[in-house]
Design a protein around this ligand. Structure first.
Ligand code: CA
Length: 234
């Protein structure tokens, strides 16, 4: 499940992002309303968490602008403003739920679960697909051409990251940040090693290779019409 978090307080943002990632959510972070808007419009999220007092565009305004574009992603407002008037304003702007700071992290998790239940399409249709490869984030089952592929936890998260970013070149730093942690030593070749493990499991026995090396930049998961074997090396 992919979440957009728009929160300008760096410490709080880092705390929420880390906590959510520990619960297997992917989190994109924006520190101001303008960048938050750019991400919200340019990507598909399962949930958007919006702070209200934000630089450039405030959360209420941003929520309205997102809804004006017919984006129906559930929105959770997160704010220090807890008066009934503030809550009404937030909900009237198109938010689905409201959580007042300081909040208990477990309550945030419960609200997120409730919001994703409220959007049945999101939960039922959660299976990620490219070509004949499927990944189910809920059951953790990966299949290629209907065959179940067993992955380690790390390989699963790596593949999930690729499948959430089909066609997008992911640099080693992007991968390190999302699949390992921020203290990851980028001087090692661990990422290349894991990408190879993954290739051996999902690509090796199939003619149509999906993981491609982009020389000097990283890796990309995509379907190519004329697959040539040069792409499959590391
Ligand atoms: Ca704020």
């Amino acid at each position: 499940m992919k979440i957009l978090l728009v929160e300008d307080e760096v410490k709080i943002a880092a705390f929420i992002k880390k906590g959510l990632e520990e619960h297997d959510y992917y989190v994109d972070l924006a520190y101001d309303g303008l960048f938050g808007k750019k991400l919200a419009i340019g990507n598909i999220y399962d949930l958007i968490i919006l702070d209200i007092i934000l630089p450039n565009i405030n959360g209420i305004e941003l929520c309205k602008q997102i809804r004006d574009r017919d984006i129906k992603t559930p929105i959770l407002m997160l704010t220090a403003l807890g008066t009934p008037e503030d809550k009404v304003l937030g909900l009237d702007s198109g938010a689905d739920d409201y959580l007042v700071k300081p909040f208990n992290f477990n309550e945030l998790l419960a609200r997120i679960r409730a919001l994703s239940r409220r959007s049945p399409n999101i939960v039922i249709n959660n299976i990620l697909k490219i070509a004949d490869l499927e990944l189910d984030p809920e059951s953790k089952i990966v299949k290629r051409s209907g065959n179940i592929i067993k992955l380690t936890v790390r390989e699963f998260h790596l593949l999930e990251l690729f499948m959430n970013n089909v066609g997008k070149v992911l640099g080693r730093n992007d991968i390190a940040e999302k699949v390992w942690d921020i203290n990851f030593d980028t001087g090692t070749n661990v990422i290349d090693v894991y990408v190879n493990y993954l290739r051996n499991k999902i690509d090796k026995n199939y003619p149509n290779k999906l993981i491609h090396t982009v020389f000097g930049m990283g890796y990309v998961l995509k379907e190519e019409e004329n697959n040539n074997n040069n792409n499959a090396d590391t």
